[in-house]
Design a protein around this ligand. Structure first.
Ligand code: APR
Ligand code: ZN
Ligand code: ZN
Length: 374
């Protein structure tokens, strides 16, 4: 057994932005107290990883990116009682410590032990278990899954159904949950309502799945890339529009289509200008706007506060408002029991070594989700 020993394995190391990931041999130290070492089986390529590669998110380098994955527990550190080697798991980029003020709030899914606000790139004990060529390699948002083995804190991993297909349910670790939860949990879309979804990547399409499951009557899909429309319709969009086809603001077009404005607007791009458009397209009285996309570090949103005084609601959540440790296993159960399906989001599967191709497919808009298999 490898328990208690340093594991040498392959990882895609990111030495800095604006350069390809480099497949390197790394050392992964054994898990310390309240940590878990996981053999990653499948990981998705997400836009948030690419935000680091493009330079839009400031993190410490070198770093191992990746946060949407599923794997199998290899060994556990002292004090880990709820997991054992062989368990199927999903790493959680929002931990759930269960003890902090956020975790204790039933309406919040955030946790003060997160690394999403500052990107320190370390585990709870302020160090990492990764080294490469004698250098410390940082963690990405409590997870780091572009590696054959990773170590995470036990508050940042969920045990899942033993029959779960890991090459599919890895999407529950980020993209699917982020979109689906934004509709059913953060917005709480009501039956018969009207919705607009800006951005039809894997996350936006998952918002559409959620709106449909919630019983929305009108689901308008918006993207500047019309190649995305066929999939959007497949998942439940009732209309698809391209802002480039109009010479007036998109919120005006949407207002005409929805008797004055939508009940729910979702921004799933990460563009603060579109966030304002989403807000403007929501019905002036009670319309709800949900920010889902991750904007670049230091980006700001500006709008006329009068938009709010008539009763619009503006909100947002990481990870679709899912309380990670509670809702991830439940969502995996729902997948295993065929209550939900999102297989159509996976357009490409590649061996892990071809990770840079996975990012190319994302950047040129050719893929919805690429799953890398180890
Ligand atoms: N107007 C409309 N659509 C746009 C615009 C725009 N100005 N700019 C980009 N888009 C579309 C793209 O064509 C693409 O289809 O938004 C979509 C974004 O999809 P992806 O890049 O595949 O992103 P995704 O993985 O779905 O994530 C979306 O959510 O979790 C966050 O970090 C993630 O901010 C990202 C967002
Ligand atoms: Zn907490
Ligand atoms: Zn993600």
């Amino acid at each position: 057994s490898t328990a208690g020993k340093v594991i040498k394995c392959k990882a895609a190391v990111c030495w800095g932005p604006k350069q390809p990931l480099s497949i390197e041999e790394i050392e992964v130290a054994p898990p310390k107290a309240h940590e878990v070492r996981i053999k990653i089986v499948a990981t998705g390529v997400c836009r948030s990883d690419d935000h680091v590669l493009s330079g839009a998110l400031d993190v410490n380098f070198p770093i191992i990116l990746g946060h949407e994955a599923a794997g199998i527990v290899e060994s556990v550190g002292e004090g880990v009682t709820n997991l054992k080697p062989g368990d199927k798991v999903i790493p959680l980029f929002i931990p759930q410590c269960g003890k902090c003020r956020c975790c204790k709030n039933p309406d919040s899914n955030f946790c003060v032990k997160n690394d999403l606000e500052k990107f320190n790139g370390v585990l709870q004990d302020n160090t990492t278990r990764f080294t490469c060529k004698g250098k410390t390699v940082y963690n990405f948002i409590s997870t780091s899954t572009f590696t054959e083995y990773t170590v995470v804190d036990d508050i940042a991993v969920a045990k899942i159904h033993p029959d779960a297909p890991l090459d599919k349910v890895c999407l529950i670790g980020c993209g699917f949950s982020t979109g689906y939860g934004s509709a059913v949990k953060t917005a709480k879309v009501k039956p018969g309502s009207s919705c607009v979804v800006f951005g039809l990547g894997g996350v936006g399409l998952s918002v559409i799945i959620g709106c449909k499951v919630a019983g929305a009557a009108k689901i308008i899909a918006v993207d500047v890339n019309p190649d995305k429309f066929a999939k959007a319709k497949e998942f439940g969009a009732t209309e698809c529009i391209n802002p480039k086809d109009y010479d007036r603001p998109i919120n005006e077009v949407l207002a005409e289509m929805t008797d004055g404005g939508v009940d729910y607007a979702f921004e799933v791009i990460g563009n603060t200008g579109i966030m304002t458009s989403a807000l403007k397209s929501s019905f002036f009285c009670g319309g709800k706007t949900v920010i889902v996309g991750l904007a670049p570090s230091n980006a700001t949103m500006t709008f006329d506060p009068m938009l709010m005084l008539t009763g619009r609601v503006l909100t947002g959540a990481f990870f679709g408002g899912f309380k990670s440790k509670d809702d991830v296993p439940q969502t995996v159960d729902d997948y295993v029991n065929k209550k939900i399906n999102f297989d159509g989001l996976i357009t490409h599967e590649l061996p892990f070594e071809q990770i840079n191709e996975g990012f190319e497919l994302l950047r040129n808009g050719k893929s919805i989700r690429t799953v890398l298999n180890f």
